[in-house]
Design a protein around this ligand. Structure first.
Ligand SMILES: Cc1cc2nc3c(=O)[nH]c(=O)nc-3n(C[C@H](O)[C@H](O)[C@H](O)COP(=O)(O)O)c2cc1C
Length: 190
């Protein structure tokens, strides 16, 4: 049973250290047999959520497309920077739009799984943002894998080959991905 994952990052920055970490998770998931779609979130993709706009015009086309994309996957690989102890507004806004109801649309979140990652040049690796993201996704019916990874000193964490230099960090990333695949496979089976 092939697991289909959607991977996206809470930073749209060109040299995002979170997207770099996510890239390693994506590569590892593929090496374990998962199908992974990489989704590039950008601030111009969707307006800031606006109830009046939704009431007047319905969901923007990008939100409808994202809803279908989310619904078409079994789980999510998500990396986000920590902004003042929270995950980013880009991620929140995207999830808010995708969560809005649309007649006959399959559920974008309920029954899905997620693994969470963060990276920061600081020592805590952005870990303070992840419980909030975990709670948000749980509220939407996503089963979030218990393990997570926050990569501290992420600006210095990589070897010349692009892999994580520290073996324990490599092992943590690989475990997070493998655990997500096990969790997702188990949920798909019931
Ligand atoms: C508004 C703002 C708040 C931030 N707050 C934190 C923070 O609470 N903890 C932290 O480790 N880094 C914080 N940072 C630094 C980010 O971790 C850093 O900009 C990081 O590179 C962003 O991730 P990216 O490279 O994936 O874009 C903050 C950055 C911004 C712009």
């Amino acid at each position: 049973m092939t697991v289909r994952l959607l991977a996206f990052c809470g930073s749209a920055r060109r040299d995002s250290i979170n997207r770099r970490l996510l890239g390693l998770a994506v590569a590892h998931a593929r090496s374990l047999g998962a199908e992974v779609t990489e989704l590039a979130l950008t601030p111009s993709l969707l307006p800031l959520y606006d109830g009046d706009l939704e009431a007047a015009e319905g969901l923007p086309a990008a939100a409808r497309e994202l809803k279908a994309q989310f619904a078409g996957h079994d789980g999510f690989l998500i990396a986000s920077p920590e902004y003042n102890g929270f995950f980013t507004p880009l991620l929140k806004n995207t999830i808010d739009w995708v969560s809005r109801p649309l007649a006959d649309a399959p559920p974008p979140f309920a029954g899905k799984t997620a693994a969470l990652f963060a990276a920061s040049a600081g020592v805590l690796g952005g870990i303070r943002g992840l419980p909030h993201l975990r709670l948000l996704l749980s509220n939407l019916g996503v089963t979030v894998a218990p393990g997570q990874m926050a990569l501290g000193r992420a600006d210095q964490a990589y070897a010349a080959d692009g892999q994580l230099a520290d073996a324990s960090q490599r092992a943590m990333l690989e475990k997070c991905v493998a655990d997500l695949l096990r969790l997702t496979t188990g949920l798909k089976a019931v």
